[in-house]
Design a protein around this ligand. Structure first.
Ligand code: BG6
Length: 297
């Protein structure tokens, strides 16, 4: 399989394919700007590192790389529902795209020595049993000094279809106690820790306890201000009017088998979403594009 992927999609100085953890195939992008790694399992970006900078994404040391399990860290693709299934609690949380095996559809060397790789996931008997709609999903990952991730939903049905979704990015930070997220001041959020009660956000978000919030009506760029690593990560987006900010803190971290007890100290999720009142209806035979853009200041 790896030989085949390299023969069909490998590009010298840009893209090669390798066996990653537990023998799972991954694409490795290495160009003059940055390196990145993407597993075909979940079309899951697990690493993004601009040249000369520290890793931008957080990946759990205890992450499991196996079929049916989502990789903990990086950029999980949450689709076609965010959080619990709207009506059936037996369905997997956060949908099935993050545990599906995706295909590579295209690789390209772009002007300016950037690299693009595209993945696809098409409906099948298995997806029909979980979500009875014909679709095609594409994930385009463009690696330059900035990382761009576009998740495209193609609705193949003659009727509109409802989705909620997220690019559920885990960011690597030096020390969560010295992190603030800005860009959401003046917005209202639903606090999942307090039964979805609504609160206004004033100023920057500090991290002092479990934080699990859906910020509403925001198209703004967020900035992760990391005093310990002395850097700022800029998270911009398109096609999204909601942003989720998550840190599990002490107790939740302990409850997750694939998350080190102290892992919460060095990560924060700033998720580009279509969640809560920002769930979307994709028109018949129409598309919806959700984009996240990540760069260092
Ligand atoms: C966040 C949710 O997006 O994902 C949290 O807001 C959830 O409530 C977190 O705990 C992680 O979810 P999971 O399914 O990957 O453990």
């Amino acid at each position: 399989m790896i030989q085949n992927l390299n023969d069909t999609f490998g590009i010298s100085q840009h893209v090669t394919f390798h066996l990653g953890h537990n023998g799972m195939p991954k694409a490795v992008i290495a160009n003059r700007h940055s390196t990145a790694e993407i597993y075909l399992h979940g079309a899951h970006v697990t690493s993004f590192q601009p040249q000369g900078a520290e890793e931008v994404l957080w990946l759990s040391e205890a992450a499991q790389f196996r079929q049916g399990k989502a990789i903990r860290g990086g950029i999980p693709i949450i689709w076609p529902w965010f959080g619990d299934h709207p009506t059936d609690t037996d369905q997997p949380a956060h949908g099935f795209a993050r545990t599906a095996e995706w295909s590579v559809s295209e690789t390209m060397a772009l002007p300016g020595q950037r690299t693009k790789i595209s993945f696809s996931l098409t409906h099948s008997a298995k997806t029909e049993s979980l979500w009875p709609h014909p679709f095609m999903l594409e994930l385009h990952v463009t690696v330059g000094r900035q990382l761009q991730v576009d998740l495209v939903t193609h609705n193949y049905h003659t009727e509109g279809v409802n989705i909620s979704q997220a690019l559920h990015t885990y960011f690597n930070v030096g020390d969560i106690a010295q992190v603030a997220v800005t860009g959401l001041s003046g917005r209202t959020y639903l606090d999942k820790v307090q039964g979805y009660k609504e609160f206004p956000q004033y100023g920057a978000i500090p991290f002092l306890e479990e934080t699990d919030r859906v910020y509403l009506d925001t198209m703004d760029e967020c900035i992760i201000d990391d005093q310990a690593l002395k850097r700022k990560i800029y998270v911009d987006k398109l096609g999204s009017k909601s942003t989720v900010v998550w840190n599990p803190w002490v107790d939740k971290a302990k409850q997750m088998g694939d998350f080190p007890d102290n892992g919460y100290e060095t990560m924060v999720c700033v998720e580009t979403t279509n969640a809560a009142n920002d769930a979307r209806r994709v028109p018949p035979r129409g598309d919806h594009v959700l984009t996240q853009l990540i760069r260092l200041g």
